[in-house]
Design a binder for this molecule. Structure first.
Ligand code: ZN
Length: 332
């Protein structure tokens, strides 16, 4: 009998499904019926995009695929490893690999077509499952040449390396670019090509992807409107000039948080935990707490770049911590 058990159907499931009395008899008489169609597996790329409305704005989440961040315990080096392991276990997730999504937001205001962050490009620094933005834009019916503006939360690889192709042509040839000056200056600084750790590679990539757009670049300012309906919110720590964006139309508002929070399970429960790629982890934690406080108090829905696709949810206060509540997908 045991040879019929698979990792997916165990004895307990069968007992519940069949009733204990029927269990033994059911297994002995099991006789699979031959399938008539027996279609082969498809094994092809599945598009990742999701459309919804923010008031009169038509919004689309375009997936750039997944990033493999290795072990969660390495990414939160100051946090207790056993707590990380327990939380991941409770969420039915492996500690390794810790996978993060990349949810790029596109909004059509009726006047402009705007892309927030551009994904990882062809670089495989974080695995082979990223770099899908162009395919998914096509699947969603969006032509990259129609993008009027790229609004960046910051200049890390998974946010700006999708702007320039390997042959150095612009992936978004008609786009103007909006970013904080602090982030632009920091991540395109030639002197940092000699720095330690991951910084030189990040700087080289930012220079490759941002400098070709330099003559149509605009610097966003905290609290000021970037475009009609899009307001910049300075949220430093992850990078010096990291910026979140409040997107409003009519009575609807979404907060595009960017990388204020990376993991939906670990950092809502422990907003004070420091992430390995934070430029200033202490400031990042303060910013995270401030933003969580604001979004939960105002019940403002958020768009999380690294949350499970499509990354739309609310934040709920749970004592001294917080909880993430995904917004169900809509089909109209
Ligand atoms: Zn990121």
């Amino acid at each position: 009998m045991t040879k019929l058990m698979t990792p997916y159907i165990n004895r307990r499931h069968l007992l519940v499904a069949m009733g204990a009395g029927a269990f033994a008899a059911g297994l002995e008489t099991f006789n699979p019926v031959t399938a008539f169609a027996k279609a082969p597996k498809l094994g092809v790329f599945v598009p990742g995009w999701y459309r919804f409305n923010i008031g009169d704005i038509e919004a689309t989440i375009i997936s750039d695929g997944l990033l493999d961040l290795g072990s969660a315990t390495d990414q939160f080096p100051a946090a207790p490893a056993d707590e990380i392991t327990q939380i991941m276990k409770n969420e039915f997730l492996p500690v390794q690999p810790m996978m993060l999504e990349q949810n790029c937001l596109v909004i059509n205001t009726g006047d402009r077509l705007v892309l927030f962050d551009s994904g990882m490009g062809a670089d495989q620094l974080f695995g082979t499952q990223a770099g899908r933005i162009l395919k998914n834009l096509a699947a969603a019916g969006i032509n990259p040449a129609d993008i009027d503006d790229i609004v960046l939360t910051h200049a890390h690889c998974d946010h700006c390396w999708g702007m320039v192709a390997d042959d150095n042509s612009l992936n978004f040839p008609n786009a103007q670019v909006h970013i904080s000056q602090a982030d632009f200056d920091f991540w395109t600084d030639e002197a940092k090509l000699q720095a330690d750790g991951f910084v030189p590679k990040f700087v080289a990539g930012a220079r490759k992807n941002l400098l070709p757009y330099r003559d149509r670049m605009h610097f966003v300012k905290d609290g000021k409107e970037v475009l009609a309906g899009v307001t910049a919110l300075h949220t430093p720590g992850h990078t010096v000039g990291h910026t979140s964006y409040v997107i409003s139309s009519g009575n609807s508002t979404f907060l595009n948080v960017g990388d204020v929070v990376h993991h939906y399970a670990l950092l809502f429960q422990n907003p004070q935990w420091e992430f390995a790629f934070d430029s200033d982890p202490k400031v990042a934690a303060q910013t995270r707490l401030k933003l969580f406080d604001m979004a939960s108090t105002d019940q403002m829905p958020m768009i999380g770049y690294h949350f499970p696709f499509p990354g739309l949810g609310h934040i709920r206060r749970e004592g001294t911590a917080f909880d993430y509540v995904a917004i169900p997908m809509q089909h109209s």
